[in-house]
Design a protein around this ligand. Sequence first.
Ligand code: ADP
Ligand code: MG
Length: 212
Amino acid sequence: MNPQFTQLTLRAELQSALSKAGFSRMTPIQLQSLPELLAGKDVVAQAKTGSGKTLAFSLAMLQSLVVQASHIQGLILVPTRELANQVAEEVRKLAKDLGNVKVLTICGGEPIGPQISSLEHGAHVVVGTPGRVEEHLFKGTLDLTQVSHFTLDEADQMLEMGFVDAIENIAVYLPPARQTMMFSATYPKDIEQLSARFMQSPILVKGETETL
Ligand code: ADP
Ligand code: MG
């Protein structure tokens, strides 16, 4: 059986959230990625759908989140609005014991006005789709200058959907001193090339891969 989360050096508020959610043992991808992530390394993680990737990048991000500071500290890019909502919910659940952590979803296919007002009120974490995040950056309505944790979730799907230019443009607005995490169900050549451009000496970890 895999080791338990209690073996990781996680803040007490995250340990309590994990036990309330009923998570005790790490999945293989969590076991392999979390020690590297908690050590601050850039990680490319490949593991099949349903292997618990969301929890891995969310814990790494929340471990160093400062609730008293209201600037955006985590940016998570995802391919679809549905996934943005799911990821945001999981982050909110894990962050519950940390205090009032504000998690905003910023996705296309929704009016931009309410997003601008929400952003003006401050957020700790933004989960969004690349096109709309890029649009806010071009308009000057999103400040990513203090992001410490940048995650690309379902990176293979984002590339397939043609988001590579948007991702490139977004990365320009991020501080170089950050942790970058890339999660993907598959590891095609273009993911490897993308990781080389955005990440610093990334560590590649593989959980259970898709059986073809
Ligand atoms: P992926 O992004 O790899 O497709 P998810 O992060 O969506 O997978 O996780 C799939 C499901 O597994 C979710 O319902 C999640 O809550 C659950 N899960 C994640 N980690 C664990 C764990 N360590 N123990 C039990 N369930 C877990
Ligand atoms: Mg996922």
